[in-house]
Design a protein around this ligand. Structure first.
Ligand code: MG
Length: 202
């Protein structure tokens, strides 16, 4: 199982990161050890600036390579929410030195994921809204209709390079409002009013 993460897929987040809008999907991978399905998150010692990035997540349901955009919708059936934890200080160092981001993005438990999956038919992407609350305060609001690259486009694009397998996850990018977490915080991710993920930072 692999975790494929899309970067800069919302214009408002690219702007807050002072990053250019991508002209083709930008993706990176997290290893399977990044997944956190239950329990608390423990703030890692190697960063002093850990950021939350709440994202809509899809799960790949069958093997595919060179998937045409018009068939991409057949490769996923459910949505959920996850957090793409990012050690922003390490990521900034990597960027400044032209180095890969894995250290800042792919560490253990950097991808907490809800265990509740919502059927695709129950989520209209052009109306869907997800939110991230930190200690009860609203930090992020995401509307998948604002994706720069649609899920189908992303699946088609990535499958040119990597065979997608059953169980692979795609984190589809984060909207604006990312920010630091601290020990003692609680995070709550909500899709269309339904709480899907609650996480305590220890
Ligand atoms: Mg992200």
């Amino acid at each position: 199982m692999k975790i494929i993460c899309i970067g800069r897929n919302y214009a408002d987040h690219a702007k807050e990161m002072k990053a250019a809008l991508p002209t083709e999907p930008l993706y990176f991978l997290k290893p399977d050890t990044a997944l956190l399905r239950e329990g608390d998150f423990y703030y890692p010692a190697f960063t002093k600036d850990l950021h939350f990035e709440c994202e809509l997540v899809v799960r790949i349901e069958k093997v595919g390579k060179h998937i045409a955009p018009e068939f991409a919708h057949k490769y996923y059936t459910h949505f959920t929410l996850g957090i793409d934890f990012t050690a922003r200080d390490l990521q900034q160092q990597c960027k400044e030195n032209g180095l890969p981001w894995e250290k800042a993005k792919g560490f253990d438990h950097s991808a907490p994921l809800s265990n509740t999956w919502i059927e695709k038919s129950e989520v209209k992407l052009d109306e869907a809204e997800f939110k991230l609350f930190q200690n009860g305060e609203l930090r992020q609001i995401g509307h998948p209709k604002d994706f720069i690259f649609s899920i189908d486009t992303v699946i088609s694009y990535v499958s040119q390079f990597i065979t997608l397998k059953t169980g692979d996850l795609i984190f589809t990018g984060t909207p604006a409002g990312v920010g630091p977490v601290h020990i003692g915080d609680s995070l709550r991710a909500v899709l269309n009013g339904q709480t899907l993920l609650e996480l305590n930072i220890k």
